[in-house]
Design a protein around this ligand. Structure first.
Ligand code: MN
Length: 232
């Protein structure tokens, strides 16, 4: 087969403890999954079922590093999240079977053009321009799950900007559990190996600017460092 131009390769992520790489397929994100964050965005966490949005695959910034401050925003926000990396897919997956689909976990930042997202909410328009843009999904290497007992259900999740704590929460405060998220999502999509699911962010989201260094951590998983750089 002769391509009319050279194909852009799909991004891959390093796997901890291995020279193998994880081929990414799609990026799903849970909209609200920590009560305190739902409240800080002006929503009632008790009444809302989970909802999702997607980022295009070229949003991935594998292992973070230098991330360009994106165009057409004056309010770029950080959201630290635990990310589920699927090694198996399926449709209508039962909650009890969902962990079997998980290859591993990573630490991600759901970078958001908050001003564009706020405009979209106000005008009842899609969130895409606020959420999906180049390098809007920095992601650590992937920590594989080595046994069924190793799935996280608690642990500190935090984000620092220039050394200062901005977000600090615990995975146990997720409104919807990892198996529930996978199961619900599989009622809408035929999930595939390589799919990534950002599981929502704790409270404390805020703006970042060129020159800022972001350090995202989830207890037991690889750290992620991002340096926001200005456009030349
Ligand atoms: Mn998010």
């Amino acid at each position: 087969m002769n391509f009319v131009f050279s194909q852009i390769p799909k991004p891959v992520l390093p796997v901890v403890g291995s020279s193998d790489v994880f081929p990414a397929h799609r990026i799903f994100c849970v909209g609200r999954n920590y009560a305190e964050h739902a409240r800080e965005m002006g929503n009632d966490p008790d009444r809302e079922p989970p909802f999702f949005f997607l980022k295009s695959l070229d949003s991935l910034a594998p292992e973070g590093g230098r991330v360009m401050y994106p165009p057409s925003t004056e309010d770029l926000h950080h959201e630290v999240e635990l990310v589920v990396a699927l090694g198996k897919g399926g449709r209508s997956i039962e909650v009890a079977d969902a962990f079997e689909c998980v290859f591993g976990y990573a630490v991600g930042i759901d970078l958001t053009r908050r001003d564009l997202q706020a405009d979209a909410k106000r005008l009842s328009r899609p969130w895409d321009f606020g959420k999906s843009f180049e390098q809007s999904a920095p992601l650590s290497s992937i920590q594989p799950v080595l046994s069924r007992e190793k799935h996280p259900n608690a642990g500190v999740i935090s984000l620092r900007v220039n050394g200062e704590i901005r977000q600090h929460g615990d995975l146990r405060d997720m409104i919807w559990s990892i198996p529930e998220i996978i199961s619900i999502l599989s009622n809408f999509y035929m999930l595939q190996p390589g799919d990534l699911i950002f599981t929502g962010t704790p409270a404390g989201v805020g703006a970042v600017n060129p020159g800022d260094r972001l350090n995202a951590t989830v207890e037991g998983f690889p750290d992620l460092q991002v340096d926001i750089v200005g456009s030349e």
